[in-house]
Design a protein around this ligand. Structure first.
Ligand code: SF4
Length: 343
């Protein structure tokens, strides 16, 4: 693989990242800069006030080339003095030593082997994982230390690690989740331009199930007027059931600061007639109206039942972060978003 090393003084809009070793661009990942850092810690504690059903996360990457326009992990890039738009998609921080550091952390006598969730901030199987191969060491460190874990992803690169995950499943509880809410390939390409196709993700569910692993689905975000029709929900839930999904969580789009500007800009370009409706539905806030969310919950319940699907697994909560539930303090733990970006 050909690479060119860059320094912080060179033209890219880089910032003094803690632990930065080098910044790399390579022809295999056109338009993306990887900032390789040595992390001091791997485990992030989730604030108790978050309302999340897990206490720890591991995030090998910051930024995500899957580039979903609705992604509300975008905000976390601003903590790195990078912008929440294109920089989030193309300036990816890579913790190259995350497996070693995690191995040391989970081998401490004080480690209580609580559940560790991955995919709660950015996608651990985004394209960078093909180059850096960080997940195998993470999986081994957790499984060998007796630490239960879950992974949520849109990345079909996960299939590379199915044998490892099967082995881990004999050692600890392993939760697997695929994020898939947009079945229409053209719409998916528009709204999640860096992700594997919906078909590829459906096939990944089947591969996981055929390997004997459980596989829940996070069908979120459902996009008002774009993917919330009975036809769209029926097609989605039907495809998930046929693929063997073991449960589905679904919920409406959230428009947090950082994602809101990006999503609405995309909507104005691609579906300008919907802008007024969105304005009325979200009233400048993060959440769709309670009436809409109640309506959608009912439609989800109906389609779930029709296709014999259960509600999401323990680590796939559709309502996390919505009004009435506590939310994490992103200022004190900017990396541990722990909201349903993916879960
Ligand atoms: S929603 Fe998930 S997969 Fe999409 S850009 Fe954000 S972190 Fe990546």
């Amino acid at each position: 693989m050909t690479t060119t090393a860059r320094t912080l003084s060179e033209p890219e809009p880089l910032v003094p990242l803690a632990g930065l070793v080098r910044s790399v661009q390579t022809p295999d990942f056109a338009g993306i800069t990887f900032h390789e850092v040595l992390a001091k810690s791997a485990l992030n504690r989730v604030p108790k006030t978050s309302g999340m059903p897990f206490s720890w996360t591991v995030n090998p990457y910051r930024g995500c080339s899957h580039a979903c326009v609705y992604c509300f992990a975008r905000k976390t890039h601003s903590y790195l003095n990078l912008d929440t738009g294109l920089d989030f998609d193309s300036q990816v921080v890579v913790k190259t030593n995350v497996g070693d550091v995690l191995g040391r952390e989970v081998s401490k006598a004080s480690w209580a082997r609580e559940h560790v969730a991955m995919g709660t901030n950015t996608d651990p199987y985004q394209r960078a994982e093909g180059r850096y191969r960080l997940m195998p060491d993470i999986i081994r460190a957790l499984a060998d230390s007796g630490t239960p874990f879950s992974i949520l992803t849109k990345g079909t690169l996960l299939s590379r690690d199915i044998p490892l995950l099967k082995r881990a499943g004999t050692q600890v509880s392993v939760g697997m989740g695929i994020s898939l809410a947009v079945l229409d390939p053209d719409l998916a390409h528009a709204v999640e331009p860096g992700t594997p196709t919906p078909r590829a993700r459906v096939d990944l569910i089947t591969r996981l199930r055929n390997a004997g692993l459980p596989c829940g689905v996070m069908a979120m975000p459902i996009l008002p007027w774009l993917t919330d029709s009975d036809e769209a929900l029926d097609a989605l839930f039907g495809a998930l059931a046929a693929a063997g999904a073991t449960g589905v969580s679904a919920g409406a789009l959230h428009l947090r600061p950082g994602a809101r500007e990006w999503y609405l800009e995309w909507l104005a370009k691609t579906h300008p007639t919907l802008i007024g409706r969105y304005r009325r539905l979200y009233r400048g806030g993060t959440y769709a109206s309670s009436e809409y969310r109640a309506w959608l919950s009912e439609r989800v319940r109906v389609h779930r039942r029709r296709h014999g699907l259960s509600a999401g697994a323990r680590f796939f909560r559709e309502d996390a972060g919505a009004p009435g539930t506590a939310r994490p303090d992103q200022r004190t733990v900017p990396e541990a978003v722990t909201e349903p970006t993916l879960f």
